[in-house]
Design a protein around this ligand. Structure first.
Ligand code: C2E
Ligand code: MG
Ligand code: MG
Ligand code: MG
Length: 294
């Protein structure tokens, strides 16, 4: 099902990761090298839209590694490797710098002023000086913090090694960052936790979206999460929306925001500009719901 669910643009090499340490070490060294030169790494961007109007509301930055022999390697494979081998903090710093630099250049070029969301690994909160890094980078590029959203998974939020996460998130929010809980529903956070945490958005994991609306359990969970989020004042972004029936179910249950292949795949910065930086005479307006579902 990996193929069916869109991993087809990546070279899977998990078997290689499972074999001898030699192989792994080769990959780790290759990744360390990629990080040092920066030439094989890229950030791609996937658009996020308001479900009723199709309006563009943001982009998620997704890391890509173009390995010279393996081709495009999935972040689902190399992020864990980076975490295990002490490369995650540097990799995370590269992502932040790249995203903020891109934001600055898009602002100069007149791109829509929507936030770019970056994924933050637990290790960046534990070992890295994330707050200082963000502040330094944003001030260097003169980008306001409201344009850099932070996506953290439930496991990150629950990782005790990050200390009391509550004041840290509050401080980041006070500075202007928006914070989203990524892959919501797949972790173990309790509802009391959700009530307490300073976050702005929930990203409903695509595991719940995939089989909408046929799967009754998923349909019930999605409806309940949407109702709960609304009551808590949290905006939901549904991940992995690929097909019209999924979109319709989400729209009819009050989901405000969507992201998925139906709207766009993750794209290079150049492709984003080609799509969104059109001359005013011919705006490539975001698809409206009606257009998107055709
Ligand atoms: P995520 O943060 O949940 O990102 C969403 C993933 O879903 C992306 O996979 C995206 O390409 C994919 N996706 C989006 N729409 C659809 C759809 O309609 N159908 C399907 N089948 N998939 C869709 P990707 O880019 O392979 O990234 C996988 C994971 O790797 C991310 O999941 C995130 O956890 C991690 N990741 C990616 N970039 C970074 C990064 O810069 N830092 C960290 N720490 N993790 C990252
Ligand atoms: Mg994410
Ligand atoms: Mg996600
Ligand atoms: Mg996910």
């Amino acid at each position: 099902t990996a193929k069916r669910h869109g991993r087809n643009q990546h070279q899977r090499f998990r078997p290689a990761l499972d074999v001898a340490g030699d192989h792994q070490l080769g990959l780790v060294n290759a990744l360390r090298n990629a990080l040092a030169t920066g030439t094989q790494l890229e950030l791609h961007y996937q658009s996020q839209h308001r479900i009723d109007s199709g309006e563009l509301v943001g982009f998620e930055a997704l890391l890509r590694w173009r390995h010279p022999e393996l081709g495009m390697v999935s972040p689902a494979d190399f992020i864990p490797l980076a975490e295990r081998h002490g490369l995650m903090v540097s990799l995370g710093r590269w992502v932040i710098e790249q995203a903020v630099g891109q934001l600055a250049s898009w602002r100069r070029a007149g791109m829509p002023a929507v936030p770019v969301w970056v994924n933050i690994s637990a290790l960046q909160l534990i070992q890295g000086d994330l707050e200082a890094q963000l502040a330094a980078c944003l001030s260097e590029f003169k980008v306001p913090p409201r344009l850099l959203g932070l996506e953290l998974t439930e496991s990150v939020l629950l990782d005790e090694r990050a200390g009391d996460i509550y004041p840290r998130l509050s401080a980041l929010q006070e500075r202007g960052h928006q914070i989203a809980i990524d892959d919501f529903g797949t972790g173990y956070s309790s509802l009391s936790y959700l009530k307490r945490l300073p976050v702005d958005k929930l990203k409903l994991d695509r595991a719940f979206v995939r089989s909408l609306p046929e799967d009754q359990a998923d349909a019930a969970i999605v409806a309940a999460v949407l109702a709960m989020a609304e009551g808590l004042g949290l905006e939901v972004v549904a991940e992995g929306v690929e097909e019209k029936p999924q979109l319709e179910y989400l729209a009819s249950h009050g989901c405000p925001l969507v992201q998925g292949f139906m709207f766009s795949r993750p794209m290079s910065a150049a492709d984003v500009e080609a799509a969104w930086l059109a001359p005013p005479s011919a705006p490539p307006a975001s698809p409206t719901l009606e257009e998107a579902v055709q």
